[in-house]
Design a protein around this ligand. Structure first.
Ligand code: 3BY
Ligand code: FES
Ligand code: FE
Length: 407
């Protein structure tokens, strides 16, 4: 109770337009509240449909205290389950990914169907009722090649997310792509610092030489109404919308998810050092235009994305502790593209590998300085950090009412 009260008091006394007070970035009790009130309640992006190409393919993920497995069943449906055996609770799948005909618990070999039903439980007493011990399901939705789960017993309606995001994603056919490469880095900083850093490009010119070859560091890109007053963006939107690719900036009323297409610099079409495509064939056969910029799609608290003509890059944020966050990046290409023939992996991944590492250092230095007893919340730049203010306001607006339920 006290903890809820403490956080609520700080949220209510914070200065709008300023960074949060120290405990939001450092305190383990505050971290628990973030997990309970945001991470265990909101829809979370976990992975892509193309990572589960056939029945039996699975990926696992750890969300706070919850081990989770996503698996495609024999009907082709993607299911999410708590990765905890209904016998004595052992984790069942203990690799990041794999494929299995059945899910067999390594401890005493209780065996589950891909849809979660318990099929065999060796030498249990007569009359043991297998139907009562299926894997516990987790709500799961797939939209435009992105799989989301929600750990809440009664999730918020996913339909509005789908309605906003799906038209933007569909032309890019990410469901039919493949992962060319993925990386997970651990940043020694609170998950909110990872997001704050992502939501501005105030730091870009001096920190991201590779990204800045193709990505505009214009202050409005991450802002509240990005692109509306910029003729270049308007031209890109008109051109792409005429080609059947929704592009205009849209955000949901609560500010949790947004989609927009942003132009790249000059003649650039991809995040490479030259701006030229990294992959020979387009990601989607239906998108043939050259300059389509980058479709940026964000959903708090887990994901930001760049979808280009020749590839896409998805980012997944998962908190580990108050001071550690895992960031997983996946590079998606046309499923028929062959490494070494149609793309060079080092060229494809170079810009964001460097950018991620630069952002990791930035976040870690930020976290370092915030731990100082001398830290006090500082003012965001109105010109450059509108997106950060938007993120912090979203966070406060989701946390405060939920904290009030407990005080
Ligand atoms: O586009 C991104 O992913 C964000 C916005 C600008 C800085 N950062 C790289
Ligand atoms: Fe899974 Fe015993 S804990 S079979
Ligand atoms: Fe950055």
């Amino acid at each position: 109770m006290n903890m809820h009260n403490d956080m609520l008091r700080l949220l209510e006394s914070r200065k709008p337009g300023f960074s949060l007070q120290q405990p939001f970035y450092t305190d383990s009790d505050f971290f628990k509240l973030d997990m309970e009130l945001i991470w265990y309640r909101e829809w979370l992006f976990i992975g892509h449909d193309c990572e589960l190409p056939k029945p039996g393919y699975f990926i696992t993920v750890q969300v706070g205290d919850y081990p989770v497995v996503l698996i495609r069943d024999r009907q082709g449906k993607i299911n999410a389950f708590h990765n905890s055996c209904r016998h004595r609770g052992s984790r069942i799948c203990n690799t990041d990914k794999g494929a299995a005909a059945k899910l067999v618990c390594p401890y005493h070999q209780w065996t589950y169907e891909l849809d979660g039903r318990l099929l065999f439980a060796r030498q249990m007493a007569d009359g043991f009722d297998k139907t009562r011990f299926g894997l516990k399901p987790i709500c799961c939705e797939s939209v435009g090649g992105y799989i989301f789960i929600c750990l809440a017993k009664e999730p918020t309606d996913f339909a509005p997310v789908r309605a906003l995001i799906e038209p933007y994603l569909l032309p890019h056919r990410l469901g039919e792509s493949k992962i060319a490469f993925e990386s997970t880095i651990v940043e020694k900083g609170n998950w909110k610092l990872v997001w704050e850093n992502n939501r501005e490009c105030y730091h870009c010119a001096s920190n991201h030489p590779e990204l800045c070859r193709t990505f505009p560091e214009a202050p409005t890109t991450g802002g509240i109404h990005p692109g509306e007053e910029d003729p270049e963006t308007q031209a890109l939107w008109s051109k792409c919308e005429a080609l059947g690719m929704p592009s205009k900036f849209r955000v949901d009323p609560a500010g949790q998810y947004r989609a927009t297409r942003v132009p790249l610099l000059d003649d650039a079409v991809s995040f490479t050092m030259t701006g030229k495509p990294a992959v020979r064939q387009n990601l989607s056969a239906t998108v043939t235009a050259d300059q389509i910029g980058s479709l940026v799609f964000n959903h708090y608290p887990t994901t930001w994305n760049h979808i280009l003509g020749d590839h896409a890059v998805s980012f997944r944020v998962l908190p580990i502790s108050a001071t550690e966050t895992a960031v997983t990046t996946k590079w998606l290409v046309n499923k028929d593209a062959v490494e070494g023939v149609d793309y060079d992996l080092a060229e494809l991944t170079h810009v964001w590998t460097e950018t991620n590492d630069q952002d990791r250092r930035i976040v870690e230095e930020n976290a370092f300085g915030i731990r100082s007893p001398a830290y006090e919340p500082g003012p965001y730049s109105e010109l450059h950090e509108g997106g950060v203010v938007q993120f912090v306001e979203w966070y406060a607006s989701f946390m405060a009412p939920r904290l009030r339920e407990h005080v």
